[in-house]
Write a protein that binds this ligand. Structure first.
Ligand code: ATP
Length: 233
């Protein structure tokens, strides 16, 4: 579905990504794990068309590098960014409805609301509440819900567990699995290695801008180097 080849990116001469090869198949959850500053967010932004790159990014038959970010989103490639970027003064309901903005004019544009409420019943209870007053976990649910309103085919999540209490992290990752089961392919960036690898099919380990390891998630989780470097085992 998605193939990155020889992808590099730099910020004012400083390399953030170097020669990245990543493939994501239909219906997979693929995790990208690595320490702070490894380049995980840059990788997702590159795919979303928000960062200039060298190398190739193909989504099915389309060369994403030729497209501006709004057209990439229109193909069904959607990024839930780090920090969520909600409209804090708008209600939960309005944030969700704005997610469907690109689908305006289509009869079924609010249809994904049912799915969002099923995945995150807390959001349904809080429809009139200002998004900025939600807890961190609820805001993450809303950010994912808003992304689902765009009816994505590839959903990219940048550290959904950030700043969230452990109980809600489990709920959110369970929802991610369910989203995949409903047919949405997921590219998940996480610092929480154990949790991410538990739900992923395959994984890539990113270290200072390079892929240093890749394979089935269970294999990566059991790899001695990974355990030593990231889990202190
Ligand atoms: P984190 O988990 O801390 O977000 P990350 O793995 O997502 O880390 P990136 O945010 O992709 O890493 O950053 C990769 C490198 O690029 C870092 O050295 C970072 O300082 C640098 N970088 C990221 N964004 C910019 C920017 N807008 N301008 C300059 N340098 C940047």
């Amino acid at each position: 579905m998605l193939r990155l080849e020889g992808l590099s990116a730099s910020y004012r001469g400083l390399k953030a990504l170097q020669g990245i090869d990543v493939a994501v198949g239909h219906g997979e959850i693929v995790a990208v794990v690595g320490a702070n500053g490894a380049g995980k967010s840059t990788l997702l932004k590159a795919i979303a068309g928000q960062v200039a790159t060298e190398g190739s990014i193909r989504f099915e038959d389309t060369d994403l590098k030729r497209l501006p970010s709004h057209q990439i989103a229109r193909l069904g490639v959607n990024l839930v960014p780090e920090g969520r970027r909600l409209f804090p003064r708008l209600s939960v309901e309005d944030n969700l409805r704005l997610g469907a903005y690109a689908k305006r004019g289509t009869a079924d544009r609010f249809k994904p609301l049912e799915l969002v409420f099923e995945l995150f019943p807390r959001l349904k209870e809080r429809l009139p509440q200002q998004a900025g007053t939600l807890s961190g976990g609820e805001q993450q649910m809303l950010a994912i819900g808003r992304a689902l309103m765009t009816q994505p085919r590839l959903l990219m999540l940048d550290e959904p567990s950030q700043g969230i209490m452990p109980k809600l992290v489990d709920d959110i990752l369970a929802a991610v699995t369910r989203i995949r089961d409903l047919g949405v392919t997921v590219l998940l960036v996480e610092q929480r290695l154990v949790e991410a690898l538990a739900i992923a099919d395959r994984a890539y380990v990113l270290q200072t801008g390079r892929i240093v390891m890749s394979g089935p998630a269970a294999e990566i989780a059991g790899h001695a180097d990974v355990r030593r470097a990231y889990l202190g085992i």
